[in-house]
Design a protein around this ligand. Structure first.
Ligand SMILES: [Zn+2]
Length: 154
C-alpha cells in the first residue's frame, strides 16, 4: 500500500444513507436513562478496575467485566474542551452558535460530550464548573439534559 502523500488528492464521494433503527438501551442503560427522567445521574461502576461510567454501560470497556452496580453521582462537571459551531454541516449559517463541550462529570471516569448553553462563546474557559439544565418534559433520553451551563455566574 502506498503512503498518502497529498491528502487533497484522495478520491471521495458524497452520499446519504437513510437508516431508521431502534437501539435497545439494555437493562443497565435503561435504569440510567429513567433516572435522568427523575433528574438523577446514575452511573455503572466496575468493581474490577474501579471505573465509573456515565451514561451507564452494561460492560466495562477496559476489563470487559459485566457491570451491575449503579451509583448516583453528583450533577456537576468540569469543562475539559469545547467547540463552537457557527455553521451547519451543510455550511449554512446558524442563527445561534451551537456549543459542544467535553465534560468531566464528577465521579465518572470518562468525558461526556453534550451541549453547552446559557453562556456566550467568549466566556468559555477550560476548567469552568458546569451543572445540567434539564428539559421540562423528560422522556428517559440523554437529551433530557437540555444542556450544561456554568454552575456559577461567569
Ligand atoms: Zn473494568
Amino acid at each position: 500500500m502506498n503512503k498518502i502523500q497529498n491528502p487533497g488528492e484522495i478520491v471521495y464521494q458524497y452520499g446519504e444513507i437513510k437508516m431508521d433503527y431502534l437501539h435497545p438501551a439494555g437493562e443497565i442503560r435503561e435504569k440510567c436513562l429513567l433516572a435522568l427522567k427523575e433528574t438523577k445521574f446514575l452511573a455503572s461502576y466496575c468493581p474490577k478496575c474501579h471505573r465509573t461510567f456515565f451514561p451507564a454501560r452494561a460492560y466495562c470497556q477496559y476489563c470487559f467485566e459485566e457491570l451491575n452496580d449503579l451509583v448516583e453521582i453528583p450533577q456537576e462537571g468540569i469543562l475539559k474542551s469545547f467547540t463552537v459551531c457557527y455553521r451547519t454541516q451543510d455550511d449554512e449559517p446558524l442563527t445561534q452558535p451551537v456549543i459542544y463541550g467535553l465534560i468531566e462529570i464528577t465521579g465518572a471516569s470518562e468525558l461526556l460530550l453534550h451541549y453547552l448553553g446559557g453562556i456566550q462563546p467568549g466566556q468559555l474557559k477550560i476548567g469552568l464548573k458546569l451543572k445540567p439544565v434539564f428539559k421540562e418534559n423528560r422522556e428517559g433520553q440523554i437529551t433530557d439534559i437540555a444542556y450544561f451551563t456554568p454552575a456559577q455566574e461567569v
